[in-house]
Design a protein around this ligand. Structure first.
Ligand code: 4AD
Ligand code: MG
Length: 437
């Protein structure tokens, strides 16, 4: 029987015998004593190996063992304020399972080198903490929707259709024809709401982004929802509630990780108490002009710089609604009663922007139920309408108002943890220039 390291870092274990196993995180020796910090998935603890307390051969192995050597240790737990975590294990047994070669990762290496070594760097305390929070987050997404009566529906990944425009589609050779990797589950979710009413998923999503930025991946995870009978205002309320639920869970389960990653959890908790505003695109341009002196022509999509600037004026996420119809995907319907007086047609759509950087973490909308307008929009985008005939059937057989959104899992994690680069929000990032390891 082995103990997990977190278990023995507890007052109740002081003076007791323990058996732990893991990997050497750090080690130093001086003559007849070795201090090895051992790591497992629950934490780290100092193992003190003194010659004479264990068989000579095992002591010699402890002296030789390099970082990342795997080992089983037996010994007595003892309180020691100088040790990380406040306890050490005085070893009476040090059983090396596999000696490690000199480890390629040392201090002060570049981010890109660490990404080259990602298969090893995932063992770092930083990446381990991030991946634990990610696991909490994706678990919370399932719990949130299930508790509200949503059904999980998983989409096909190979698809004949574009959802978010042709520019970022990945083509795949599929026998003797070309198809695509999915850009969003949405079109299939729209079919499913006529059967299941309310659906959600968390699935891999692909975009052949043409630029290298700190906020774009080519393969990422999108957690989407779609529901019959709901308007875009209804689903904005769901999105705000979902993100608050995710934050609450992380605060509940991941205090240790938040501390290690130097996240201000008081600030995060404070966001749960506040109402998160909804503003129009037109209002966002006004804010840019009046508060930041940036004059953006109405009708242009917001760029990263502008999203960042807008969010300097807010301390919670904000839903920006009613973007110009002309720059929106084909399925977003026109809003006939806009909140302000925009100079052109706007859509029933929203983006959720996050404070501290202006990341777009969610995108969603109502879906056009007018088949003629859908066909016209597809044609305007040079799409082959034939490929969408199955989708148009959804408007021919009992169409109803329906809406949904997609939450970027890595974007949301990047924001919550304050990660500089989205590549650290996923274990094995895929970007324009990186497909390995
Ligand atoms: O805003 P997007 O493009 O919306 C859709 O795909 C809709 N069909 C979703 C829906 O209504 N069901 O993407 C949704 C979110 C973005 O807000 C962003 O958080 C994330 O997906 N995202 C990316 N994350 C990482 N890398 C990329 N290249 C991303 N592109 C979008
Ligand atoms: Mg978007």
């Amino acid at each position: 029987m082995f103990n997990e390291i977190s278990e023995i870092l507890d007052a109740g274990f002081d003076g007791k015998e323990a058996a732990i196993r893991g990997w050497i995180h750090r080690t130093r020796s001086s003559g007849k004593i070795v201090f090895a910090v051992l790591r497992d998935h629950t934490g780290v603890v100092q193992v003190t190996v003194k010659a004479g307390n264990l068989p000579d051969a095992e002591f010699e192995d402890a002296v030789k063992a390099l970082v990342e050597t795997s080992v089983e240790v037996r010994g007595t737990v003892k309180k020691d304020d100088r040790a990380p975590g406040g306890y050490e294990v005085l070893a009476s047994g040090f059983n090396v399972k596999s000696f490690a070669q000199p480890y390629p990762i040392t201090k002060d290496q570049s981010e890109e080198w660490l990404r080259e070594q990602r298969h090893l760097w995932v063992r770092s305390r930083k990446m381990t903490a991030i991946m634990k929070v990610r696991s909490t987050m994706t678990g919370a997404i399932h719990d949130f929707f299930r508790s509200k009566g949503y059904h999980e529906f998983t989409p096909p990944i190979f698809t004949p259709n574009a959802c978010e425009g042709g520019a970022t589609l990945f083509e795949v050779k599929y026998y003797d024809r070309e198809i695509y990797l999915t850009q969003s589950w949405q079109l299939y979710a729209e079919a499913m709401v006529f059967a299941l009413g309310k659906v959600y998923d968390n699935a891999p999503t692909f975009r052949s982004e043409k630029s290298k930025t700190s906020r774009h991946l080519t393969e990422f995870w999108m957690a989407e929802m779609e529901a019959a009978w709901l308007t875009y205002h209804d689903v904005i309320a769901v999105a705000k509630e979902e993100i608050k639920f995710i934050i609450e869970r992380i605060l509940e389960y991941n205090q240790a990780e938040l501390e290690l990653l130097e996240v201000d959890s008081v600030k995060l908790a404070g966001m749960l108490e506040k109402d998160w505003p909804t503003i129009t695109y037109t209002k966002a341009l006004q804010i840019l002009k009046e508060k930041s002196g940036m004059d953006i022509e109405w009708g242009k999509d917001l760029r990263t710089v502008e999203e960042e600037e807008i969010m300097k004026h807010f301390d919670t996420p904000v839903a920006v609604v009613q973007y110009p119809k002309a720059i929106m995907a084909f399925y977003k319907p026109v809003e006939e009663n806009p909140d302000d007086d925009p100079p052109g047609p706007v859509a029933k759509c929203f983006d959720m922007l996050a404070p501290d950087g202006g990341l777009e973490i969610v995108g969603g909308s109502e879906r056009d139920t007018d088949i003629e307008r859908l066909i016209a929009s597809l044609e305007a985008e040079d799409e082959d309408v034939k490929n969408y005939d199955w989708y148009l059937d959804l408007r021919r057989y009992g169409s109803v108002v329906h809406s949904g959104y997609g939450l970027g899992v890595e974007r949301t994690l990047q924001w919550i943890l304050g990660l500089e680069n989205i590549k650290d929000a996923i274990a094995f990032p895929r970007t324009m220039t990186r497909v390995s390891p």
